[in-house]
Design a protein around this ligand. Structure first.
Ligand code: FAD
Length: 406
């Protein structure tokens, strides 16, 4: 049996649901297909991730009507960030005040964001969500695509958008190669309560052998993010709470007083992915399926949100002019607008990881020089701040233009 839709979105993660939100109210029939069950999508569990949203992302979520559905009492402002290099006195300090913005970014628990996105899509008349169904394959033709489901059904669509994670099977089946970078590291995240106030300051310690970060949450709680070699991560994951609390109190140099774990510890193996192309015939990649970033620069979802926004803008333009929403012309324009920035972010982030996690004496010297230079040279610091927060028009002129053209 064949079913027809205008757009099929594969994956109801944050990227797939954001794109679905972008299509709400437009004269187009959209189907989102998700392999997980409805509870996993509608009532996601806390997963330890605190998503640092940039100003641009906040603007997109407001425009999509999603931000008002996010529990505002769970949102915390990131006002300052301090980056330390091991035990050396080198320090890079970013302040929102110095950039003339309320905050460098907005921290939201990932599960809250996912829940808000689902609630927005659920209200839409032109969007259907199909859960518990795995997409097996996609076959692209000149004027349509076939989406083959594991239950034997086939969906026919004018445009297929894959948002099926960084390990995207569909990307592979469609024949799009990807660069993969296995960092051989594991990121452990958990929520900790502490005695002293964090004052909305994020801390990042590039200590030798491990990277330790703290993201300020609401009240006297923070998200602790610990990056370790895979072989050392098991001991840290299995450490009893008493020892873990003592270790974190010591590793954060008592900055926040005694620390107590209040959430579960979650582990994420660090593998970065960048697709060679973002499109094929009647097919586009968004979210982590297009580019799966190392989380150190907190840009994965931000980049995915921006990518879907660019694609959605072009699709809406085509709908308004009664043009083909899956044409190669449209898809190539999407790729051109997104791929330059995504490559820059991907390789730039990998460069930062290489510089800050290599403990050979030469690299240590280089990073001290880089930190001191960036800290003492305000234009460079401003550029980095603008880049990370996406608060300045001058940093992303093309993107701002795209957003304003709506
Ligand atoms: C520890 C950590 C911290 C992070 N912090 C930040 C941050 O501060 N800021 C930021 O911007 N980003 C951050 N990120 C990145 C962000 O979480 C991801 O970029 C984002 O979740 C990716 O969303 P996605 O929808 O592309 O993919 P996913 O969340 O992986 O969703 C993919 C969906 O597709 C479904 N699926 C897969 N295959 C199929 C199939 N064949 N058929 C049907 N369904 C399928 C899956 O079940 C899943 O629901 C962080 C990541 C980690 C690990």
């Amino acid at each position: 049996m064949q079913i027809n839709y205008d757009i099929v979105i594969i994956g109801a993660g944050p990227a797939g649901l954001s794109f679905a939100c972008s299509m709400i109210g437009f004269n187009t029939k959209v189907l989102v297909i998700e392999k997980a069950n409805i509870d996993a999508i509608s009532k996601p569990n806390p997963d330890g991730r605190e998503i640092a949203l940039t100003h641009l992302s906040l603007g997109i979520l407001q425009k999509l009507g999603v931000w008002s559905l996010v529990e505002q009492k769970e949102v915390s402002l990131l006002k300052e960030a301090k980056v330390f290099d091991g035990g050396s006195p080198s320090l890079l300090n970013f302040k929102s005040k110095a950039s003339g913005v309320e905050a460098l970014g907005y921290l939201v628990p990932n599960y809250q964001l996912r829940q808000a996105l689902y609630r927005r899509v659920e209200q839409a008349k032109n969007i259907t969500i199909m859960t518990d169904v795995l997409v097996e394959d996609v076959t692209n033709h000149e004027s349509y695509s076939d989406v083959l489901l594991a239950n034997g059904k086939t969906i026919v669509a004018k445009l297929v958008v894959a948002a099926d994670s960084r390990f995207s099977n569909i990307r592979r089946k469609v024949g799009i190669p990807a660069i993969m970078k296995d960092f051989s590291k594991v990121m452990i995240v958990t929520t900790m309560r502490h005695e002293k106030s964090h004052n909305n300051i994020a801390l990042e310690y590039f200590d030798y052998g491990q990277t330790l970060a703290l993201l300020p949450m609401v009240g006297y709680e923070s998200s602790v993010v610990l990056t370790l070699d895979t072989q050392n991560s098991k001991a840290m994951l299995n450490m009893n709470e008493k020892n873990f609390n003592a270790r974190m109190t010591k590793d954060f140099k008592d900055e926040l007083g005694k620390m107590t774990q209040v959430g579960e510890r979650h582990a994420y193996p660090l593998i970065g992915v960048h697709a060679k192309t973002l499109v094929a015939e009647r097919f586009a990649l968004i979210g982590d399926a297009a580019v799966g970033m190392h989380p150190v620069t907190a840009h994965g979802f931000n980049l995915g949100l921006r990518g879907q926004d660019i694609l959605a803008t072009l699709v809406k333009e085509a709908l308004m002019h009664k043009q083909d929403i899956g044409s190669q012309f449209l898809l190539k324009r999407f790729e051109k607008k997104q791929i330059y920035l995504s490559k820059m972010m991907f390789f730039g982030t990998n460069g930062i990881v290489a510089l800050f996690t290599n403990d050979t004496p030469v690299v240590k010297q280089i990073r001290r020089f880089v930190l001191n230079f960036a800290e003492r040279f305000p234009p460079i610091k401003r550029l980095i701040t603008n880049h990370l927060t996406e608060a300045s028009e001058s940093t992303f002129p093309t993107l701002k233009k795209i957003l304003m053209n709506k």
